[in-house]
Design a protein around this ligand. Structure first.
Ligand code: NAD
Length: 364
């Protein structure tokens, strides 16, 4: 069995962040030992805890550690005491800063239904059962970054401006990533745009169609974003890889998120380029949920979002699919056993954060 060195930075962050990352680390240690990999873990400061200890939500030392690691696993950031702080002194600033430092341009949101949780979906069981897709959202371009932007003028002439802009290179790199991902899955890619109205979308569609020629095994279709918002509800099973630009992805990924139930279950991955010519992809992994101050420090938080994020890290950064599958399978087993945290409404007494983490480890 091949041995790989897995250089991972852990940024526990605030609130329930340290509790859920602790369980994800336990699971990574279990997988590394079972599959004979060398785990090289470092820990750093991000968010509110970093402000308290260093004055900055993303201290230079954390940046150094993140750039040296192959992958970073974050917990969550955010503390109520900073809610009214100026933007530079807010924990959430740390998130944007680390994404920028690592140059992660593709955000992946896997959306998968679990049999044991099917009743927590707002959709009817037969619609949602078997859903298994990944939304690939372009993360560093489009309307959120384009210039000119701003508010100017006065009275009835006062106006707000944002600019949606995409270069061919920006579209190409995220499209290639999405096609590569489709090759490892069911080989279906749906590219979502608004090409009936927007020029950026017309270029998007043209470039994606051109790139598709390099991936003849992948079936490509195009869909307008308004129709896509409907299809996610009407027929979520039809999607395998869904590729889209930044703002459409922001909206569609939250719509996708509610298809499967609790926020505590959802992983997210942001991917950059390959590291120094290797086959390792720089990546930043985090559960979708926030720091949940209402339940922090009570051993109640659902650690599965963080644990599944660790699985995604093995799959996307290190190309260790078998190891990732071992985690996903163990999570499914734990869900079926009913030993889950309170947010998943177990029939019996809810399990603690640590018990759920241990149960996942035990079934790997
Ligand atoms: P939240 O996700 O922290 O919490 C929303 C609700 O879901 C709460 O009732 C919470 O108890 C519950 N919840 C969240 N994660 C859970 C888990 N793992 N297990 C069980 N229940 C869970 O969102 P919020 O309350 O809007 O934000 C709280 C703080 O988190 C704010 O400071 C916000 O800025 C920050 N935030 C950070 C991130 C991030 O780090 N990526 C994302 C969203 C919000």
């Amino acid at each position: 069995m091949s041995t790989m060195e897995l250089k991972i930075l852990i940024l526990p962050g605030d609130g329930i962040g340290p509790e859920v990352t602790r369980e994800a680390v336990k699971v990574l240690e279990r997988v590394a030992s079972k599959f004979n990999h060398a785990l090289s873990l470092k820990e750093g400061l991000l968010g509110g805890i970093a402000i308290k200890k260093t004055g900055s939500p993303f201290p230079p030392e954390t940046e150094k550690l993140a750039l040296a690691a192959d992958a970073t696993l974050m917990g969550a950031v955010g503390l109520p005491e900073y809610d009214n702080a100026p933007p530079e002194k807010r924990p959430e600033k740390g998130l944007l800063a680390i994404r920028k430092a690592l140059k992660v341009y593709a955000n992946l949101r896997p959306i998968k239904t679990y049999k044991a949780l099917i009743d927590s979906s707002p959709l009817k069981n037969h619609l949602v059962e078997g859903t298994d897709m990944i939304i690939v959202r372009e993360l560093t371009g489009g309307l959120y970054y384009g210039t000119p932007r701003g508010i100017s003028g006065q009275g009835s002439e006062e106006k707000g401006v944002n600019t949606m802009v995409y270069t061919r290179a920006e579209i190409e790199r995220v499209a290639r990533y999405a096609f590569g991902l489709a090759l490892k899955r069911r080989r279906k890619l749906t590219s979502v745009d608004k090409s009936n109205v927007l020029e950026t979308s017309q270029l998007w569609r043209r470039v994606v169609t051109e790139i598709a020629k390099d991936y003849p095994e992948v079936a490509l279709d195009h869909m307008l974003v308004d129709n896509c918002a409907m299809q996610l509800i009407l027929n979520p099973k039809r999607f395998d890889v869904l590729l889209t630009e930044n703002m459409f992805g922001d909206i569609l990924s939250d719509e996708g998120a509610v298809l499967t139930g609790s926020i505590g279950m959802l992983p997210s991955a942001s991917i950059g380029d390959k590291k120094g010519g290797s086959e390792v992809w720089v990546g930043l992994y985090e559960p979708v949920h926030g720091s949940a101050p209402d339940i922090a420090g009570q051993n109640k938080a659902n650690p599965l979002g963080a644990i599944i994020s660790a699985g995604a890290m093995l799959a996307y950064t290190f190309n260790l699919q078998e190891e990732a599958n071992a985690i996903y399978k163990a999570v499914e087993g734990v869900l079926e056993s009913g030993r889950v945290t309170a947010d998943l409404h177990p029939k019996n007494k809810p399990a603690t954060t640590a018990e759920v983490g241990q149960a996942v480890c035990d079934s790997i």
